[in-house]
Design a protein around this ligand. Structure first.
Ligand SMILES: *Cc1c(COP(=O)(O)O)cnc(C)c1O
Length: 364
């Protein structure tokens, strides 16, 4: 900030103009199993999801159906609903098992030659169910559909192999396991095979072939750069670079091994100490089918989470209708933190959970 912005002023643009590519390259190659030049950072997850879903529908003009998850993350459903309305397509939301999440078997009944796009989350934001990305991608391709994966809850927590699975498109946020901080920009991935035919709806100067020629008409830049629109948020991007760098340095393999140990411990303790207090586990029991967080279900989960957060006991989330979401992030959570958290949840439940809680995180 002092050198480039303070002294170099606008002339420092050359120092940061390539940041979206540079940070995208780090995330893509170290954490997503992407080939070089398939990943870039820009905008929010929601905007990137819109951009790539729109691009996918343009690539499948004769197909009228978008398939997604009825229990999926709200922003994805809202974006697809709006796109379906605007472009005259039909959004079909498949009901998957609330604990086990999307499976090929359940999807198969809805997958046919009318489907343009299958858009799903890799790890379910509530249950933590880990979808079989490779099998679902293969099933979608067999039906002639494109795939768009939201990796927000899996990047940095579970190994991902986008190139190996032949994934078409993906997005994800950088402020969950990647520690990019509040409002950190998101990444987007476009597989090599699609890049040269991909057209995106937010045609801005950062996605233009010869940006500084200031020419009369839009012509998309070659490669992944065509998915950019406007000026990147430079300060936020530098924070994402550090967050992703630390996760890459720790390595997704060791992080996943510790994450599995932590969530196994959490589930074991929940069975031992919390089941008698009305808590059930709302995540897959098989660690191979689970991401990095665990859903603890309780009828008074809203009041429970508010008490835990308000009293500074456990940092957790409430997700309607009855889920307390606990994410023992492996980079900085210790086994004894998990043990302590379960004791604090048990203590709070034993004393009685506050009523009249109106919103998550606040007792009053
Ligand atoms: C956190 C999350 C997002 C975040 O979207 P923003 O546009 O960054 O607010 C999107 N999708 C999923 C599945 C998420 O978990």
């Amino acid at each position: 900030m002092e050198e480039e912005w303070g002294r170099g002023l606008v002339g420092s643009w050359e120092a940061w103009i390539d940041l979206p590519e540079r940070v995208g390259e780090l995330i893509g190659t170290a954490l997503l199993g992407a080939h070089p030049r398939e990943t870039i950072v820009a905008d929010s997850t929601t905007v990137n999801f819109y951009r790539l879903a729109h691009a996918a529908l343009s690539l499948r003009p004769g197909r009228g159906v978008i398939l997604s998850d009825a229990g999926g993350f709200p922003t994805n459903r809202y974006v697809l609903e709006g796109l379906a309305q605007a472009l005259g397509r039909t959004l079909v939301l498949v009901e998957f098992d609330p604990v086990e999440g999307p499976t090929v078997d359940r999807l198969a009944a809805a997958l046919d030659e009318r489907v343009a796009l299958v858009a799903l989350s890799h790890v379910d934001y509530r249950s933590g169910a880990l979808a079989d990305l490779a099998a679902i991608t293969a099933a979608a391709h067999a039906a002639g559909a494109l795939t768009l994966w939201d990796l927000s809850h899996s990047v940095g927590a579970v190994p991902i192999d986008l190139a190996g699975a032949g994934v078409d498109l993906a997005v994800g946020c950088t402020y969950k396991y990647l520690n990019g901080g509040p409002g950190a920009p998101a990444f987007q991935y476009v597989g090599r095979a699609l890049q040269e035919e991909l057209r995106q709806p937010i045609q801005g100067w950062f996605g233009q072939r010869d940006q500084f020629a200031m020419g009369p008409a839009y012509e998309p830049a070659p490669g992944i750069a065509r998915t950019l629109s406007g000026t990147p948020p430079v300060l936020a991007l530098m924070a994402v670079e550090e967050g992703a760098r630390i996760v890459a340095e720790a390595g997704v393999g060791p992080l996943r091994a510790k994450s599995v140990a932590l969530t196994e411990r959490l589930i074991g303790l929940a069975d031992d100490r919390l089941a008698g207090l009305g808590v059930t586990v709302g995540s897959p029991r098989d660690p191979a089918r689970r991401g990095g967080h665990v859903a603890l279900r309780h009828p008074a989960a809203l009041g429970l989470s508010a008490a835990l957060v308000d009293r500074g006991l456990v940092v957790c989330d409430f997700r309607p209708p009855d889920v307390l979401r606990a994410a023992p992030v492996p980079l900085y959570t210790r086994h004894r933190d998990v043990e302590e958290a379960v004791e604090r949840i048990a203590g709070t439940l034993a004393k009685g959970v506050p009523r009249n809680v109106r919103r998550p995180g606040r007792v009053t």
